[in-house]
Design a protein around this ligand. Sequence first.
Ligand SMILES: *Cc1c(COP(=O)(O)O)cnc(C)c1O
Length: 386
Amino acid sequence: MKRVYLDNAATTRLIPEVLNEMMPYMTEVYGNPSSPHYFGQQSQMAVDRARQQVADAINAEANEIIFMSGGSEADNTAIRGVAERYAKKGRHIITTAVEHHAVLHTCQMLEKNGYEVTYLPVDEYGMVTVDQVREAIRPDTILVSIMFANNEVGTIMPIPEIGELCHEKGVLFHTDAVQAVGHLPIDVKAMHIDMLSMSAHKFHGPKGTGALYVRKGIVLPPLIYGGAQERNRRAGTENVPGIVGMGKAIELACTDLDEKNRRMMRLRDKLIEELPKRIPEIKLNGHPTKRLPNNVNFSIKYIEGESILLMLDLNGIAASSGSACTSGSLDPSHVLLAMGLTHEIAHGSVRMTLCDETSEDDIDYVLEVLPKVAERLRKMSPLYHG
Ligand SMILES: *Cc1c(COP(=O)(O)O)cnc(C)c1O
């Protein structure tokens, strides 16, 4: 059976070239980077090389990169770190209603511990404005945390403008850039970013490895205690193969980025233009132009996202939906609800996320299968009278 993977926002394939770089660091170069002998120093050198590769990808300095277990840990480290370190200055944090749960749940935990959090609402496209942030900043605001690009609907936030505002106001600015690193050009200096979260498995690197960029001069307490690794900023023996893989993956992802994105956007736009011609009463979610090159998100009226996914899967297509049934709850996506969609419409959403390995054939296959799936499900739907 033909299989088409369109769930690259959930995770990506580890590319063989990256795996090849990682392999020696499991069986041959296996020293602990903290050990002063030859074995250890070889590992240490590999970690340093990867740190430079990651820094170069976002125009940072190598010593501003802290390796850790992934995007969730990076978000936790940034937000909890600022909250703890700057508690005397203030206890107010600004974020958005559409963040990843790694940010939202961390903020909710802080609310239970005496912090105040402003969750900025978004417009129908999932966007916040600089003016909203400006109006929300108070004398006791210690952190603004706003995602670079949304993982569900692909909307790209006005990050450079928000960064500039935060610097003007003297407030720290963190961005969860897990969906953006390796996908969009990023320059932490030009964009006035103080802290930035990233995760290797979202750009064809290994799972369980990520990094937090922390601008020079900002000192955060660590989340994990126990050793002097990462210059006392994150304890624990380094995941050397993972870190090496992350370095290689980010370098590859940023090579010919514009060209890869142009190709992906053409395929993305083919789905965006063709699906509404073949399926009546469907609605594109997310911003029409300020969106990730690989993101397509549609609500298909009268049917359930979960049923669509099941039927797509039976036809070999892997996608994702806005409702979190898989996690045991029937609540529709908080992102779609924040954008003003009704529960009913939000439930009928499908997300398809491409990568640079997605082919025209894959897209044509989706254009053939999805309309049939939608029609079949609508025939069974008590809500549909088309
Ligand atoms: C995937 C993702 C995360 C979590 O990253 P992990 O490495 O899986 O912990 C955080 N934020 C966003 C926007 C994501 O897409």
